[in-house]
Design a protein around this ligand. Structure first.
Ligand SMILES: Cc1cc2nc3c(=O)[nH]c(=O)nc-3n(C[C@H](O)[C@H](O)[C@H](O)COP(=O)(O)O)c2cc1C
Length: 195
């Protein structure tokens, strides 16, 4: 069974992690979820959904869902010998991006990302901040140079949809694709012809 790591931080954009996790829960896969303390607070604030209630709903689906304590450095995902397909950090705060970029670590989410970089496992970060200052940009460049895919939550404007749900799906679909998970959530370019 394929294993995916999903990191959720306290950046704005919890609607994205909610949709991403809902999609992934429908796969025959093992989901290793790590959420930061602020990530949980922002998730509940922005989505109006209690994190624990959301987990119960995820567990009704196909995937095997594991949630790791962000302080548990003994978790499998903290080791390079624990093979995973990809890690997605959605949304990724500038604070977490900085910790991963410098290798400072300090929690399981950052350690798991560090492991992905050293093992050359796909690491997909969806950093959310605006505007971005030079330190943010330098950290994101460092991460990109180390092999991470940086995919900010930017709408797929050419899909020409004014529907919020479609916009979120377009972003989440691109994140999944970057992690090697093909999906039909986003509109593919077809020489300007509507699909
Ligand atoms: C409602 C809310 C929205 C936030 N949005 C962002 C954001 O978009 N990007 C960001 O980098 N930080 C944002 N922050 C600040 C982070 O939560 C803060 O830097 C935190 O320390 C990140 O910690 P974490 O990476 O461990 O989750 C937001 C905080 C709150 C309360």
């Amino acid at each position: 069974m394929k294993r995916y790591i999903i990191g959720v931080t306290g950046a704005s954009g919890s609607v994205l992690s909610k949709r991403l996790l809902s999609f992934l829960s429908g796969l025959e896969a093992e989901l290793h979820i790590i959420i930061t303390d602020t990530g949980k607070k922002v998730f509940e604030y922005e989505t109006g959904t209690l994190w624990d209630a959301f987990l119960i709903s995820l567990r009704q689906n196909k995937a095997f869902v594991l949630v790791h304590d962000n302080n548990d450095m003994f978790a499998g995902v903290a080791s390079g010998s624990f093979v995973t397909e990809a890690m997605m950090v959605v949304p990724c705060s500038m604070a977490t991006a900085a910790k991963i970029a410098t290798g400072a670590g300090g929690n399981l989410l950052c350690r798991a990302a560090d492991v992905c970089l050293k093992e050359k496992t796909k690491l997909v970060l969806s950093p959310r901040e605006a505007p971005l200052h030079a330190i943010h940009l330098k950290n994101l460049l460092t991460l990109s140079e180390c092999g991470a895919v940086i995919i900010p939550p930017v709408p797929v404007f050419y899909a020409k949809s004014e529907n919020y749900g479609d916009m979120i799906d377009g972003i989440v679909g691109r994140i999944l694709k970057s992690a090697g998970i093909e999906n039909e959530l986003y509109t593919k370019w077809n020489n300007g012809k509507d699909i």
